[in-house]
Design a protein around this ligand. Structure first.
Ligand code: SF4
Length: 356
């Protein structure tokens, strides 16, 4: 049978749908307040909290106030976005109650004035109790993020987290019971972890109905127990490629839910950049873009496969909105080059159209 002369396929990509868990973010500005290791008597093998937060001293109340004021001035020209104060860095509810209340009172003052909309804290699962939650409620905390890292007890144990998976379940249920928005943080590449344990982690977390998820690759920071293990060859960091693949597997589990993935990758603070010589692992500033590019290329290939099974094709045209060009083409053009080479017999064209 002769081939039809219009045997080309056009695939229109709905990137917003493919990446719905990642790019569907609430329009919100964050005022980050880093509360370093303070409050945390634990020593997780991967952690050097002082380096990550960029401080070695306690954060004074005056500093908190000044930081908030500074950001409010910075945000004052932008319209319509909500503003949230976020206490990151350590385990907020591990602080003595007096300090927690003092920090929260400052943040809550801005809510009462109407200049800030909400407060977020991050903490450990074993530092959640009804008493703590009542205090957080009183001062208008909205989001509570739990550093879960893994739901596999053997991984938690070797990582010296000091809590087990049951503590995560208990804390998550309590947080939701008290009406807070629950967030989870998990890590990719912890010692003795693997893709199956990470899949088990995300599947267990999704059963707890978190609203938000952060996914952090393990970086080996000096000084830390993990760095010693790395030097002794007891721990081998993942490659960037392995980390992208494993993160992709986790993200894929989320697509049937409404969870928001609010971060993938660890932000390189100035301190980390300065100590780069003592930082190893899958370090990548645009890590999230790599994972999103992978999601998009897999969607493209699935769509191509579907069409090729049905018809004889001699040209493939992929169309996507221009504003997602960097994700569709991929960092360092990985998607573009891969597709052009794999489907070269189909005269592949990538059309990026519309709003920039
Ligand atoms: S609980 Fe958090 S702050 Fe404390 S050692 Fe572990 S990772 Fe670091």
């Amino acid at each position: 049978m002769p081939m039809k002369d219009t045997n080309k396929i056009e695939i229109k990509l709905d990137i917003a749908k493919v990446l719905k868990n990642i790019i569907n973010k609430e329009e919100q500005y964050t005022i980050p307040i880093f509360i370093p290791h303070k409050g945390c008597p634990n020593d997780c093998v991967f952690c050097n909290q002082r380096k990550i937060s960029g401080h070695q001293e306690d954060v004074s109340l005056k500093e908190v106030d000044e930081t908030i004021e500074k950001y409010l001035i910075y945000f004052s020209n932008s319209k319509c976005k909500k503003i949230q104060i976020a206490f990151f860095g350590g385990s907020f509810t591990g602080l003595d109650i007096k300090s927690q209340v003092a920090y929260l009172k400052i943040a809550n003052r801005y809510i009462k004035e109407g200049t800030v909309d909400s407060i977020r804290i991050s903490t450990r699962p074993d530092y959640i109790s009804p008493t703590i939650l009542q205090i957080l409620k009183k001062y208008n905390v909205k989001n509570i993020e739990l550093g879960v890292q893994s739901m596999d007890d053997s991984v938690l144990q070797i990582s010296k987290r000091g809590h087990n998976a049951k503590a995560v379940v208990r804390a998550s249920l309590l947080i939701r019971h008290y009406g807070f928005e629950l967030g989870h943080q998990m890590m990719i590449g912890l010692p003795e972890s693997d893709v199956n344990k990470e899949l088990y982690t995300i599947q267990s977390l999704l059963k707890l109905h978190p609203k938000e998820l952060r996914i952090y690759p393990v970086y080996v920071i000096y000084p830390s127990q993990l760095y010693d293990w790395y030097e002794q060859k007891k721990y081998i960091p993942l490659t960037l490629e392995e980390t992208i693949d494993r993160t992709y597997s986790v993200v894929k589990e989320c697509v049937t839910t409404n969870i928001k993935i609010i971060r993938m990758g660890l932000q390189a603070t100035d301190e980390i950049t300065e100590s780069n010589k003592a930082l190893v692992g899958p370090i990548c500033d645009n890590f999230a873009e790599y994972v999103m590019a992978k999601m998009v290329v897999i969607e493209i290939e699935n769509r191509i496969k579907e069409k090729l099974e049905k018809d004889k094709i001699n040209q493939i045209i992929i169309e996507a909105p221009f504003k997602y060009a960097s994700i569709v083409v991929g960092p360092k053009k990985i998607n573009k080059e891969y597709l052009m080479s794999k489907y070269k017999e189909y005269d592949m064209k990538l059309k990026l159209k519309g709003e920039k």
